[in-house]
Design a protein around this ligand. Structure first.
Ligand code: ADP
Length: 191
């Protein structure tokens, strides 16, 4: 099984690269952002609770996210070739929990750190905001999300770096160029 954690700031292209990886490697794509937005749309109690947090650029509490991921892993089909975790783990507590969840299932994951300059991600997100309809794609919330990324999520990269399960990707260029870097790493990781 080839399991990938795609880590990167908001707007770094995790969704786009996930689509390309799915196409070539047939992995399952789990975007926690999409899963949470679906929950909000459903009007459930949980959806109501997390809607405001997300609109404010804040993270959903760890225990809720870990529960969601555990449920997802429990429902993986037998023939699953691997999972792309897009947007999880976003804190070191989530990374520790994921390690245990994967270990119990005899699974492992490599982390790909998609690096893009801050000016570039702000430009991309403001552009996306014109059509995405997302409550968090406005300048003020983008700044807040980037700050949360630096303080809460960057340490997750260091966590994987220390475990020798870390690869850096330069995401400042075109999506094809970025995918080419990812593809080279995945070819090796598969062996
Ligand atoms: P982006 O990467 O552009 O910020 P996502 O769609 O991945 O967007 O996530 C949107 C929002 O959903 C995040 O800003 C956060 O509020 C919430 N979220 C997603 N994944 C997690 C997570 N693993 N832990 C906590 N909150 C999360």
């Amino acid at each position: 099984m080839l399991n990938i954690i795609l880590c990167g700031a908001p707007g770094s292209g995790k969704g786009t690269q996930s689509d390309l990886i799915v196409k070539k490697y047939g992995l399952q794509h789990l975007s926690t952002g999409d899963a949470l937005r679906a929950e909000i749309k459903s009007g459930s109690e949980l959806g109501k609770e997390i809607g405001e947090l997300i609109a404010g650029g804040n993270l959903v509490p760890d225990h809720k996210m870990i529960h969601l991921i555990a449920r997802y892993l429990d429902n993986l089909s037998e023939d699953c070739k691997g999972v792309i975790f897009d947007g999880f783990p976003r804190t070191v507590a989530q990374a520790e929990a994921l390690e245990l969840l994967l270990e119990r299932r005899n699974m492992k994951a490599v982390l790909l750190d998609l690096f893009v300059e801050e000016d570039e991600v702000i430009k991309r997100l403001l552009n996306r905001g014109k059509t995405s309809g997302r409550a968090d794609d406005n300048y003020e919330t983008i700044k807040k999300r980037l700050q949360v990324y630096q303080t809460e999520t960057k340490p997750v990269c260091t966590y994987y770096l220390h475990r020798h399960n870390y690869f850096a990707i330069n995401g400042n260029y075109s999506m094809e160029d970025t995918f080419c870097q990812i593809d080279n790493i995945l070819k090796l990781a598969q062996k």
